[in-house]
Structures are given as C-alpha cells and as structure tokens.
Design a protein around this ligand. Structure first.
Ligand code: GLY
Length: 313
C-alpha cells in the first residue's frame, strides 16, 4: 500500500484573514510527513514531524501561537499513538517547551506511563534532553488580542478558535500509514482561549483527541474540547469504522452525533487501515491536506476539495 499522511490545522470560526496562512501551513506539514514516509520512515516519525512544523507556525493553536488561559499563560497538551501495539504517549499543562508533541513521543517510547502533566512532564522532558524556552516566547500577538477580546466580552468560545476575528488559530493533528502498514496519530494544542488555569481538554486524552489501531484506522480531532472528550470522538469514529462504515461516513456520523447531542462543534481527519480518507467538520471551517499519487489535496471550506500537482520536497 502507498504510504499516506493527512493533517488538519483546527476546526472553528476561522476568519477569512487566517485562511491562506492556514492552508499554506497544512500543505507544508503534509509535505514534510509525506517525505519521511516516502523515504521508508515510520508513521510515528511522520506524524511527529508534521505536527512539529505546525507547532512552530503562529497560524495554529499549538506550540508557538498557542492560545492563552485566563492568566495570560500558555498551557499546552499533546498526544501520540501507535496503531501497531496501541502504545500511547501524552502530555498536558506544558508551559515552557516549544514542541509538546516531541515530549509526548518520548513518553510513548521511554516512559512506563501514558500521560504526564505539569511539573512531572517538565522533569521528564528535561531528563530526555529537551531544552526549555521562556514561556513568553511562545506567546503571539494574535493570542494576546484573542484573550483581550475574550476578557472584554466575557463569552466562552464554543471552539478553541474563538468567536471573533482575533484568534483564528486551531489545534493541529496528523494521521499516517507507513510502508509497513502501521498507523500513527499525533495531536497538539494550546487548548481554548480564556480557559481556566489547569484546564485539560480532549487532546491529551486517548480516545478523545487521538486514536490509532492498525486493525481499523486512525483519527485526530479538533474543536470544542469538553464536548469531544464527553463523546470520546476519536474512538467513536474508530468504532463506526469497525462496524463497517468507510472512513468518511464514520467521521461524518460521529461529528454529527456529537454536535446533535452536545450542541458544540468539532472536526476530525481519519484514515482507515486501507488508506481510505475521512474529513468532516460541523464547525464553519477546518484546514486539512493530504498527498496521494503526486497530487496534493487540501481545503478549508465545507465540501471543498482543492487539488494541485505535487512535486516531492
Ligand atoms: N480541542 C482542543 C481543546 O478544546 O482543548
């Protein structure tokens, strides 16, 4: 089977001013992951590299550019899962590292535990050789104005993107199948603008933000964290594929089911074990991209599938 990676850059009320930056970011991220897969690299390395690129890009709510909590601080979370053996690694309440997804990957490979948070996650990251960065260096101007808007209007965003022009960022994720047929999924976020200090969302919770099983497929989600985790959205999509739905139908059924039941929006990207693609969101927009047979497919509006010739980087 041809290896494949699909990525997303967050679902929500993305303002038009942020559309092009997000499309550029997801296309670059898919290209980085695809290159690793084409060279025979593992799905785990491909999804990590794809997410690392978006963690550096202020158009996304992950790493640099993460949204801020009520005290104006960045508190990030990430998870990664290997569909071969169901190994997982996740981190939460990360304040002073640029790449939470790389720490999560080390939790998967080098820790007896699955999810580390706060001070313990920091101690583990330092033991693994990661360097801290000043917490203020992760804060973008956009994140500051999104928090200021939130504090002025006092309304809690119904997605991590925020409700107004300020913000426009979003959780990031990647799902890949490598040349050995192994599936991996990675998801990384700054959470929600104006969240309480210490709030933990869906992204580091396996089955909510991330799920991978070589026998079925892989899913990464984005959107209203509290709803996604109540609905175990990633695993709901996996279960629907297991009972015979193709990836796109399973993704659509679960997103609609969550939105109907919990009155909040979300999005997800899915690959079945045979490389069948699922993309769906109940939010206004969600940026996504994948590469197949020398074409890059991408989009951000509902039912939009744009396509360009793709020359490997
Ligand atoms: N989906 C990201 C969050 O709500 O934290």
């Amino acid at each position: 089977m041809e290896p494949i990676i699909i990525v997303h850059g967050g679902a929500g009320d993305i303002p038009l001013s942020r559309v092009q930056g997000k499309l550029n970011g997801v296309k670059a991220s898919a290209a980085v992951g695809q290159k690793i897969l084409a060279q025979g690299g593992t799905a785990l390395d491909a999804v990590e590299a794809a997410v690392v690129l978006m963690e550096k890009d202020e158009y996304f709510n992950a790493g640099y550019g993460s949204v801020l909590n009520l005290k104006g601080q960045v508190e990030m979370e990430a998870s990664i899962m290997c569909g071969n053996n169901l190994d997982v690694g996740a981190v939460t309440l990360i304040k002073d590292f640029l790449h939470p997804i790389s720490i999560a990957h080390k939790v998967l490979t080098n820790s007896p535990h699955s999810l580390l948070g706060g001070e313990g996650a920091k101690m583990f990251a330092l033991e693994m050789g990661f360097s801290t960065v000043p917490p203020e260096s992760l804060i973008s101007e956009n994140a500051k104005s999104a928090l200021a808007e939130f504090l002025k209007h006092g309304e809690f965003g119904r997605t991590e993107i925020g409700l107004r022009d300020e913000g426009g960022v979003g959780t990031v994720g990647a799902v890949a199948i490598d040349c050995n047929g192994h599936i991996a999924v990675a998801t990384s976020t700054g959470g929600m603008s104006g969240k309480a200090v210490g709030r933990i969302g869906d992204t580091p919770q396996i089955g909510s933000g991330t799920y991978a099983d070589d026998n079925i497929g892989g899913v990464s989600t984005t959107g209203h964290g509290e709803s996604i985790l109540k609905y175990c959205l990633a695993h709901s999509i996996i279960k629907l594929m297991q009972s015979g739905n193709v990836a796109n139908t399973a993704t659509k059924l679960a997103i609609n089911g969550m939105t109907e039941r919990l009155k909040n929006t979300a999005g997800a990207i899915t690959l079945s074990k045979s490389g069948d693609v699922g993309i769906n969101f109940s939010s206004k927009r969600m940026a996504w991209a994948y590469i197949r047979s020398n074409k890059i497919y991408f989009g951000i509006e509902k039912d939009e599938i744009l396509e360009e010739d793709y020359v490997s980087i």
